[in-house]
Design a protein around this ligand. Structure first.
Ligand SMILES: Cc1cc2nc3c(=O)[nH]c(=O)nc-3n(C[C@H](O)[C@H](O)[C@H](O)COP(=O)(O)OP(=O)(O)OC[C@H]3O[C@@H](n4cnc5c(N)ncnc54)[C@H](O)[C@@H]3O)c2cc1C
Length: 438
């Protein structure tokens, strides 16, 4: 029995919806039953992840599928290291379950609150010049299509559906299981330290090439960037995790409590934002540690913000950052949050932001409640000049007419969508904008 009308809002509070009915299936057969029923009634349905997209991509006006009761590992093959996971499983639960099997995901983003299906549906990624986003780790998917049938796809089975559905925006069907190519557990050795921005920019190519997972945070108004270099070691390498106290002081107190305090102060007294930003860029202390990979990849984000992120061709990242550095000082309102810069290898997934090109990701943020529109739109203009592609789960203003020019396989995706969902059962307002009406 579905729950009648329930208010829904995303993590940042930037998208809200009131689905008429919320269904909570407990099996793949129940997912298929709900989808077929919704389609037959002429309603629309969206699968809900953890609500961590900043856009309204998950917003459901008619029916919503809450997959919180459809979790866990269904099958694990230790020989091939392939693991089939139910779509509502969060990355946190998945990482713990993989740990217990002696396995790990090859690459992860900054947090682990997302569901596996939500993460892959928007193209969630981490960093690493030789590595792709989470969707590149998929070897097979099972989806419930609009007629309630179950489609299985992989590189060999329905390959076009596989190209489309690995970053499918929830537009093709409801993913019931995801099979991932994992690898033996490994350790990451982390080095994090502030470095002069000019030096970081000059050394960008070398840093990206010579570290497995390289990224940096640039504090607008600050002369320094916080640089993170994570490098892979075998699982039996000596581990030197941060002590609980250091973890608490460095991450909870400094990055969440103290940084949140600075942001609140800046929001109350905007003229303090610039000096506070310059101060924040100076105070982060260097640290080195090592631990199991997911404990290093993932951090806790306690301070809420809004975000836009674009993938740009790797070779244009320095030009984009140079342009952004001229834009920020001209904004009417100051920027309280750092810019995050990451890298990823080219892949072949049709709507992946790294499709066909080695990419750099530039993510801009603003503290929740502070003005951001002028900043985000100026950023969109800058990245637009180099064919930037917006993260599907982060804020942007592009529509299908522009996105078609940025993705060589955009129309292939629409063709598969038409085949899987001819009546637009999985559509919502956001998809109408970015893909066009179904
Ligand atoms: C604090 C924070 C940090 C973040 N860090 C990163 C990062 O490091 N890297 C990065 O790339 N992104 C990052 N993101 C963005 C985030 O990873 C994505 O927006 C992701 O899609 C959120 O996953 P979710 O489970 O919350 O999905 P939701 O936002 O709830 O849904 C996303 C989409 O997935 C669809 N979906 C969910 N389940 C299914 C299913 N079973 N079948 C079909 N479609 C489905 C939904 O309908 C929707 O279209 C971050 C976001 C936040 C708030």
């Amino acid at each position: 029995m579905p729950i009648q009308r329930r208010q829904w809002s995303n993590w940042a509070g930037t998208a809200k919806a009131t689905p008429q009915r919320v269904h909570r299936p407990r099996s793949a057969a129940e997912i298929a039953e709900v989808v077929a029923g919704v389609a037959e009634a002429g309603h629309r349905v969206r699968a809900l992840g953890s609500g961590h997209s900043f856009t309204a991509i998950a917003a459901a006006d008619s029916d919503a599928l809450d997959l919180a009761a459809w979790t866990g590992i269904e099958r694990a093959d230790l020989e091939t290291q392939q693991v089939t996971v139910r779509s509502g499983t969060t990355l946190r639960t998945l990482n713990a379950a993989l740990d217990a099997l002696g396995l790990a995901m090859t690459n992860l983003g900054d947090i682990d609150a997302q569901t596996i299906a939500g993460a892959i549906s928007t193209g969630t990624h981490g960093t690493g010049a030789r590595f792709g986003g989470i969707s590149t780790q998929i070897v097979a998917l099972e989806l419930v299509l609009a007629d309630g049938s179950v489609a299985r796809c992989s590189a060999d089975e329905r390959p076009e559906l596989f190209h489309a559905a690995r970053v499918g925006l929830g537009a093709l069907g409801v993913i019931s299981t995801v099979t991932l190519q994992c690898e033996p557990s490994f350790v990451l050795s982390a080095q994090e330290r502030p470095e002069p921005l000019e030096q970081v920019l000059e050394g960008f190519d070398d840093n990206a090439a010579n570290n497995d997972h390289f990224e940096f945070y640039w504090f607008p108004y600050g002369a320094k960037a916080l640089v993170k270099r994570n490098n892979r070691l075998p699982v039996d390498a000596e581990r030197k995790p941060l002590s609980r106290l250091k973890q608490f002081v460095d991450y909870e107190l400094t990055e969440n409590v103290a940084f949140g305090g600075l942001c609140r102060l800046g929001r109350a007294v905007p003229k303090l934002v610039r000096p506070l930003g310059a101060f924040a860029s100076q105070v982060s202390s260097p640290r080195e540690y090592s631990d199991l990979s997911h404990r290093v990849f993932v951090t806790h984000r306690g301070v809420r913000f809004v975000e836009s992120e674009y993938a740009v061709p790797r070779e244009s990242v320095l030009d984009v950052l140079a342009e952004l550095r001229t834009v920020v000082p001209r904004l009417k309102d100051p920027v309280a949050f750092p810019v995050e810069v990451r890298v990823a290898a080219a892949d072949d997934i049709w709507l992946s932001t790294a499709n066909g090109r080695d990419s750099a990701y530039i993510a801009i943020h603003q503290f929740l409640g502070m003005p951001y529109r002028e900043y985000f739109s100026a950023f969109e203009n800058v990245v637009g000049q180099v064919g930037g592609r917006p993260h599907w789960g982060k804020m942007h203003d592009l529509d299908a007419s522009v996105l078609r020019t940025r993705y060589p396989h955009f129309d292939d995706f629409l063709r598969i969508r038409k085949e899987c969902d001819p009546a637009g059962t999985f559509a919502n307002t956001y998809l109408d904008r970015v893909l066009g009406s179904a």
